[in-house]
Design a protein around this ligand. Structure first.
Ligand SMILES: Cc1ncc(COP(=O)(O)O)c(C=O)c1O
Length: 447
C-alpha cells in the first residue's frame, strides 16, 4: 500500500500516474524521484516525462506473463505508440521484439540497434522501398496485408537473391471490438488484412503456397485498441485457430504462429478499469489450447503487440497555464501552451483525461473549465470539462497523465509549433531522449 504522508497523490489519480509518482516535501508532483515543476523550469513546457523504471517494469511484466503460459508467447512492442531511439533501446534491453509499420519506424528501430531478426513489419500499403528495406535488413517477420504485396515481395526477394522471408498473413476475423470506431480494426469492413468470411485469407494462403521466396509461418489479427472487455480476444482466437488448422492443410505445412496484435486498455480516468497483462496472457493461452485441440492444430505459438499498455501510463505531459478567459454565463477557458500538436487523441477520439496542477496536486478541484490548447482551431480543446482549482492562474504547471502512448507519436507542427521534448526520469535523474523541436529544425526543411 502507498505510504500516506501528509502530502500524497489524491486517490483518484493513483491509477493514472506511474507508480513512482509522489508529492514531495515542496508539495510538487514528483516522478522517478524528479520534481516535475523543476523539470518544467529546466526543460520548458510542454514536455513529455516518462518513468523509465515503470517502462522497464511493463516490458518485463509482458515478457514474463507470456513466456510462462502453456502456449509460449512472444511480445512485440508496438512502436507506433511511441517510437524513439531511447524507447527502442529500452525495449531491446528488456528482451522484447518490436513491431513497426512504416519505413520511418523501421528506420528508427534499425538505427537504435534493434536486432533485425526481432523486428516485425506491418502496413496495409507497404511501398516497394519499405519492403526492400525490410528484406535487405533481414527483419524477422513481414505481415502480408494484400495479394498485391505477395507479388511485389516475391520480386524483391528474387532480385536480392535473398533467403525466403518469414511472413504472417493478416486476417480480418470479423470481430467487432468494443471500442471507439476509429480504433476498431477486426471488423469485416476494415482496411486492414484479408477477410476470413469472404474467403480471401484462405485464398492468400493457397496463393502463398506457390512461392518459394516466402516462408509462411502463421496468421495475424488485431481487433482494436483500448479494450477492457476480453470477449473479442476469445472470439478472435477461435476464428484464427480454426483458420490456421484449415490453412495448414491448404499450405502443406503447419501455420502455428498466431499473433493477436495489441489492444489492452489503460486507465485514463478514475472510471477506467484495465485488465491485467497476466489475465490476457492466460486467456489467450487457454483458449488457443482448447480450440487447437478441437481444430487439430499442432503446437501453436502465440504473439502479441502491445503498445499503449506498455508506454501509456508511464508518461505524463506537463503544460504551462497561460490565458484564462471567462465568457460570462457560457464557459471558462483555461489555455495551455500545447494542445492539438502534442495530443491528437482528444480531437480524434473525444478522449477523456484527469488533470491537476503539478505545483499543487492536492488542490481541491472545485471548478470546471474548458481546457484549450494554443492552436488556431476551435476543436483544439484538450478537455471539455476539466476539473480544476477555481483559483488556477497563469504560470502554474498543468499535468495530463497517461499520455505516454499516441501522444508524441501523433505530434505534429500545426501552426509551426515545434514538437515537445521527451524526458526519461529515474532515481532522481532526467535524461532527454528527444530534444525539443526548434524553429531552426522546422525552417531547415524549407527552400
Ligand atoms: C497491428 C497493430 N498491432 C498493435 C497495435 C498496438 O495497439 P495498442 O497500442 O492498443 O496495444 C496496433 C494499434 O493500432 C496495431 O494496429
Amino acid at each position: 500500500m502507498r505510504m500516506l504522508n501528509s502530502l500524497s497523490i489524491p486517490p483518484h489519480l493513483v491509477e493514472v500516474l506511474p507508480p513512482s509518482a509522489t508529492v514531495n516535501e515542496g508539495g510538487h508532483l514528483e516522478i522517478g524521484g524528479c520534481d516535475t515543476v523543476a523539470l518544467a523550469e529546466e526543460f520548458g513546457t510542454p514536455i513529455f516525462v516518462y518513468d523509465e523504471s515503470f517502462l522497464r517494469a511493463r516490458c518485463r511484466e509482458y515478457k514474463e506473463a507470456f513466456a510462462s503460459q502453456a502456449v509460449p508467447g512472444t511480445v512485440y512492442y508496438a512502436s507506433k505508440a511511441f517510437s524513439s531511439i531511447g524507447m527502442l533501446q529500452l525495449a531491446a534491453q528488456e528482451g522484447l521484439c518490436v513491431d513497426v509499420s512504416t519505413e520511418g519506424e523501421l528506420g528508427v528501430a534499425l538505427r537504435s540497434g534493434f536486432p533485425a531478426e526481432r523486428i516485425l513489419l506491418h502496413g496495409n500499403n507497404k511501398s516497394d522501398a519499405e519492403l526492400d528495406l525490410a528484406v535487405g535488413a533481414g527483419v524477422g517477420r513481414i505481415v502480408i496485408d494484400s495479394f498485391d504485396e505477395i507479388d511485389r515481395l516475391h520480386d524483391l526477394v528474387r532480385q536480392r537473391d535473398a533467403a525466403p522471408v518469414a511472413c504472417l498473413v493478416r486476417i480480418t476475423p470479423g470481430v467487432d471490438a468494443k471500442t471507439h470506431r476509429y480504433i476498431r480494426t477486426g471488423q469485416e469492413d476494415s482496411k486492414f488484412g484479408l477477410g476470413v468470411r469472404n474467403g480471401q485469407a484462405l485464398a492468400a494462403v493457397k496463393y502463398l503456397a506457390t512461392f518459394d521466396t516466402i516462408d509462411l509461418q502463421g496468421l495475424h489479427c488485431h481487433i482494436g485498441s483500448q479494450l477492457f472487455d476480453l470477449a473479442g480476444f476469445r472470439e478472435a482466437v477461435d476464428v484464427v485457430v480454426d483458420l490456421a488448422a484449415e490453412a495448414s492443410t491448404a499450405y502443406g505445412a503447419p501455420l502455428h504462429e498466431l499473433n493477436f496484435g495489441g489492444g489492452l486498455g489503460i486507465a485514463y480516468t478514475r472510471d477506467d478499469k484495465p485488465v491485467a497483462v497476466g489475465v490476457l496472457a492466460r486467456l489467450l493461452s487457454e483458449e488457443i489450447l482448447a480450440r487447437a485441440e478441437v481444430a487439430g492444430l499442432q503446437a501453436p505459438r502465440m504473439a502479441v503487440e502491445p503498445g499503449r499498455s506498455i508506454v501509456g501510463r508511464a508518461g505524463v505531459t506537463l503544460y504551462s497555464v497561460g490565458v484564462i478567459k471567462e465568457l460570462p454565463g457560457v464557459a471558462k477557458y483555461v489555455a495551455v501552451d500545447g494542445g492539438l500538436s502534442d495530443n491528437m487523441r482528444t480531437a480524434l477520439y473525444q478522449s477523456e483525461y484527469e488533470t491537476f496542477l503539478a505545483n499543487r496536486p492536492e488542490a481541491e478541484l472545485d471548478s470546471s473549465a474548458r481546457l484549450a490548447g494554443k492552436h488556431c482551431e476551435t476543436g483544439d480543446v484538450l478537455l471539455e470539462n476539466a476539473a480544476l482549482p477555481s483559483d488556477v492562474r497563469a504560470g502554474e504547471i498543468l499535468v495530463t497523465p497517461a499520455t505516454g502512448a499516441y501522444g508524441y507519436a501523433m505530434a505534429n507542427n500545426y501552426n509551426m509549433v515545434g514538437r515537445p521534448a521527451v524526458l526519461f526520469v529515474q532515481e532522481g535523474t532526467a535524461r532527454v531522449v528527444i530534444r525539443r523541436e526548434t524553429l531552426d529544425d522546422l525552417v531547415s526543411l524549407m527552400e
